[in-house]
Ligand binder design. Sequence first.
Ligand code: ZN
Length: 157
Amino acid sequence: MTSPKDLESLQSEITSLAKRQDDLETIVLEIMERHEAAQARAKELSAALEDLESKAADAAARRDAVLREIDAEAESVRTERAEAVAAIPADLLKLYEKLREQQGGVGAAQLYQRRCEGCRLELNITEVNEVRAAAPDAVVRCENCRRILVRTPKSGL
Ligand SMILES: [Zn+2]
């Protein structure tokens, strides 16, 4: 048989172990709660990521569609330009290309209501008279910016 002292010691150990078990259960419970919260957050982030990936894919698809439109338009403009260039005399085309290089990409400008649309300056009366007197197929140029002036019914001549 166990002595009363041993029994007391055993009871003390049981009480201590019960307290330890209780503490460990509390810790396990806390860990489970944190784990659940972490899982919920992971689910949220995963859904947010999926949403962002979907938006990125949409944006990329829209960008690609716009790029295809731009490419098609550029190709169409290149074709139109090649056709237009074919009808222009070589020396005039050479002058135009030279002016275009010198004048920031614009070698010819519309003469609109007596004003050069290239440099935005209005022609003086002498210049207007010279342009008016020039043959319809003559190449007239702006006295200020030297661009080729394109005459139209709206030139104000
Ligand atoms: Zn000009």
